[in-house]
Every structure is written in C-alpha cells, then in structure tokens.
Design a protein. Structure first.
Length: 556
C-alpha cells in the first residue's frame, strides 16, 4: 500500500526560496514546511542575505519566495523592486516587527502576503504558502485568459479587415502587403512572413508580399525547385506544415533556414482554391514558437481569405479576356457581315458602270457619226445613274448599321450604367483607379435597347481607363441625372490629360483614333447609337483636368 508520503515523493517538489538571516528562524520554517502533509513536497533553498538571494535568482526562478524584511545587507523589499520589478513568482514577506506601513509597502512592491513572525504564524505558514500558490495560480490563469482573449480579438479584427478588403476588390498587391503587415503586428513572435502565388505553369512562384529579409525581393519569381523545404513540403502535400524546432525535427534537420538565417520555428499554409494550390503563406521565427489553436486558426483563416482573393483575381482576368475576345469577335463578325452585304449589293451597279464605260470607249474607238455623241451621252447618263444607285445602297446599309432595328424595352438606366461600367472597370483591377458612382435615385425607366446603351457606356468607361494610364491622379466619376428638357443625362468623367484641341473636330469621325492600335470605331458607333435613340453625345473638359463625355436619352 502506498502511503501519502510515498505518493507525494513521486510528484515534482515545490521549489521555495527562503531569504532569512536568522538561522533559527530559517530552520524552524524549513521544518514546518517539510512536516506539512502537502500533496507536493517542498524543496527549500536558504539565502542569508540579499546578495545570496540575487545570485540564486540569476540561475533559477523559484515557485515561491519567503523574504525577511530586515537583512544584513538591506531590505527584502529592495529585492522585489530592484531585482525583479514585477515579480514573476509569488512572494511572502516576513518580519519580526508588525508595522502596517512596511506591510503596505511590501504589498505594493508585489508581495502576495505579509506575515509577522510568531509561533502561531510559523505553525500556519504552510497554509499561507499553499494559499499564496493557489492565488498566484489563479492570477496567472486569469492573466493568461485575458491575454488570450486580447490576442483573439486582434486576430478577429485583422481577419475582418482583410475580408472587407477582399470583398471591396482591393488591388491584389496592396492586399497582400497589408496581410503580411497584419501577421507581424498580430503575432509579434514572427520575424519573417511572405506570401507566394503559384503561377499557371505550376513551376514558378511569384513573391507577392514579404516582411523581414525577403521584403526587398517582392515581385520576383523563383522556380519551385529552389524554394525552402517548408514550402516544397506544402506544395507536395497540400497540407499545413508546422516545425516547432528546425534543429531537432527529423524532416528538416540541417535546413538552411536555421543554418543561414537562424530560424528556429516555421509554418507554411497552402492557399487552396477549387483547382488546387494557388500559393503559400509562410512564416518563421528565431525563437521556439509554441503555437496556440487560436494562432493556427487565425493563420488558416487568413490563408483561406487570401486564396479567395487570388481566385477572384484569376476569375476576373479570365472573364475580362473572354469578354474582350467576344467583343473583338463580335466586332469583326459585324464588320465581316457588313462587308459581305456591301460587296453583294454594290457588285451589280459597279459592274454596270464598268460595262457602260467600256461601251463608251468602244464607240469612241469606232468613230461612227452622227450618233456617236448622242450614244455616249446616253451611256454616261446610265453610268451616273448606276453610280447613284451604288451610293444609295451604301447609304442605306450605313443607316442600317448606324441605327439597327433591335427591339427596345423599358429598362432602369442606373442598373444599365452600373453593370456596363463594372464590366469595363474589370480592366482597371490592377491600376489603382478610384471609381465614384453618383447615380440619381429618382430616374424613370427608359425605352431603350439595353445592349446598345451598355455598349456606349462600356466604350466611354474603357476610354476613360486608357486615358489614366500615364497620370498620377487616377479617378473616374460616373453620373446619372434628370435634366429640364425631359431627358436623362449620363456623364463619364476622368482625370486624364483631356482631349487634344487638334482632335476635337475629328473625335466622332470613323477611322479616327488617338490610339496606336485603335480602329476609330468606338466613338462613332456610340454617337450613332445615341442618335438612333433620339439623344445626343458630346464631350467637355473635366474641372481640374481631364475629359467628360455626356450623352442624353429622352424620357418616353
């Protein structure tokens, strides 16, 4: 049968530092503690002076200290205030003199209890010690819980902020920089953090953002094969990898992260999307890092949020490419159809013109009189008639292309403007362009061809985006408002260089373009569409610099 004494001896002893210059008191206190039927035995270290106590504290931190106020080389309170500042262990102060001022001073310095030496006090000292240990444990747990709640609140705030930035469509590089900055501020033990995006070839990683020694390499690409073992491990397994100590972990023993950089702990999270790994969230510390569940959840949630941002960016890029491809295909298809119709319809009068001219040549060559001049005159009349017919065909085809005969419906102008603008603004996702919508809330439905009006808005907004490519102040304002002329006006303002005065008279003419690769069709087509809707399209200077394109549509 195991006795209580045998059972307690198997537990870790409580290390108690006794600072007492009177040997008899020290021996008595030690005997009382050793005789007490505690669940844990006491291991008592005795120091007879402040100097001895200080030397002991430099090598070991006790579980509890009992300190006499009056010592040969000073006051025990000096040990609390000068040596430890805020004590990192519980302290009980003892004295042979009951002085309330000294007691208050000791408690302010961090002591948990104050005991006046007496036979009764010595007999009860073991209970005082147990109470102090229990009180210290409760205080430590409360502080730990408060610290954990504070850290958790910071982490939740950081996640909420990053999520809001993703939903608001913040530019991807700025978003990544903010994310690594938040990691460093939220988990202060982290010395280096970086976010890498896996490029479509699945062989190259782009460093999107970083702190510490890697911050100067942002924007550079490296081969997957050249990455550190933590990153390669994640890419191979698509799982979180945490290394508590790189010096002892068999998977990464001898890693250059420790040998070259002195990193001791590290963690890597995959940025997982629907199509697999999109990148890596990586962090290292030069201290042994004991991650809490909250820390891991915070980093995992941040990795998931960043993966959503990368997926949204890639999806937006795919959609922009698809939309541009469809737009170009539609333009070329329309031009091809128009050209085919034009060639088919004009072929006959042109052929007739050629035949009449050749007939005139033959008559002139034959030199027959007196009907020659009369015949030539008649043939030239017919030639002019056929040329007029060709011109008429071209005119009617142009009118058809200009106005179209698509069906019209009652539509919300604000919705039409917003949807078309968002489609065009997708191209400005990485351009740091500020966009402001000022849409009047009280507009009646308009009888329009929605697709054509969206094409006009798309062209105007895209032109505004292209006008901002080389300007420092990048802002687009899109407005709708009612006018006094029973119409609704739409404005697209930019802060670009404005319209060249030499181009103002030509800007709505076909085939005229200020762009190197422009076809000169966007504004003329837009002008034709607005005219076909019985509206008007014009431009003016934006106050402060830039161009504003206006168009009106009638309220019917």
């Amino acid at each position: 049968m195991t006795t209580p004494k045998q059972k307690s001896s198997s537990l870790k002893p409580i290390h108690l530092l006794l600072v007492e210059d009177e040997e008899s008191h020290a021996v008595l206190i030690q005997r009382v503690l050793q005789k007490h039927p505690s669940r844990q035995p006491f291991h008592v270290t005795i120091a007879g002076s402040l100097q001895e106590a200080r030397e002991h504290l430099r090598t070991a931190v006790p579980d509890l200290a009992i300190i006499d106020i009056r010592l040969p080389d000073g006051s025990g309170i000096d040990l609390l205030t000068a040596e430890t500042g805020v004590p990192s262990f519980p302290i009980i102060v003892t004295t042979s003199y009951g002085d309330e001022k000294i007691a208050v001073k000791a408690m302010k310095a961090g002591a948990l209890d104050y005991v006046v030496k007496s036979e009764a006090a010595f007999n009860d000292l073991s209970h005082v010690v147990e109470r102090a240990l229990r009180q210290w444990h409760e205080m430590s747990e409360r502080k730990r819980a408060e610290k954990e709640l504070e850290n958790q609140a910071k982490q939740l705030m950081a996640l909420s902020h990053i999520s809001h930035q993703v939903l608001s469509g913040k530019e991807i590089n700025a978003l990544m920089r903010e994310a690594v900055s938040l990691i460093g501020r939220t988990l202060k033990i982290i010395k280096c953090a970086k976010i890498l995006e896996l490029l479509p070839d699945h062989k190259t990683l782009l460093l999107r953002a970083a702190t510490g020694r890697w911050s100067s390499l942002v924007g550079q690409t490296t081969a997957v094969s050249d990455q550190d073992p933590l990153i390669n491990h994640v890419l191979a397994s698509d799982e979180v990898v945490f290394v508590e100590d790189l010096r002892t972990d068999e998977r990464f023993r001898g890693s250059f992260l420790f040998e070259q950089y002195g990193h001791i702990s590290g963690i890597s999270f995959p940025l997982s999307g629907q199509d697999g790994c999109l990148g890596i969230l990586w962090a290292c510390s030069d201290q042994r890092w004991m991650l809490s569940n909250n820390d891991i959840s915070f980093l995992q949630s941040l990795a998931n949020t960043l993966a959503v941002a990368i997926e949204r960016k890639k999806a937006a890029a795919r959609m922009r490419k698809l939309q541009n491809d469809l737009l170009h295909a539609n333009q070329f298809s329309t031009l091809g159809e128009f050209g085919s119709t034009l060639a088919h319809e004009v072929n006959q009068p042109i052929t007739a013109v050629i035949n009449y001219v050749r007939a005139c040549q033959q008559i002139i060559m034959a030199g027959k009189e007196p009907t020659t001049l009369q015949t030539i005159h008649e043939l030239m009349d017919k030639t002019a008639g056929e040329a007029d017919r060709a011109a008429s065909i071209i005119h009617h085809l142009r009118e058809f292309a200009r106005t179209g005969e698509l069906c019209r419906t009652y539509e919300s102008l604000n919705t039409t403007v917003h949807d078309a603008s968002q489609l065009a603004l997708g191209e400005a996702a990485d351009g740091d362009i500020a966009v402001n919508f000022e849409l009047s809330p009280r507009l009646p439905p308009l009888y329009i061809n929605k697709i054509q009006i969206q094409q006009v808005i798309f062209n105007l907004v895209r032109n505004a985006i292209e006008a901002l490519t080389e300007t420092e102040r990048k802002r687009i304002t899109i407005k709708t408002a009612s006018t006094r002329k029973h119409t609704v006006e739409v404005q697209v303002q930019d802060t670009g260089p404005g319209i060249n005065p030499l181009s103002k008279d030509k800007i709505f003419k076909q085939r005229f373009s200020t762009k190197n690769k422009g076809m000169g069709l966007g504004l003329p087509i837009s002008h034709s569409i607005i005219k076909a809707h019985y509206g008007d399209l014009w431009f003016s200077e934006t106050p402060g610099g830039g161009a504003t394109f206006h168009f009106t549509l009638p309220i019917t």
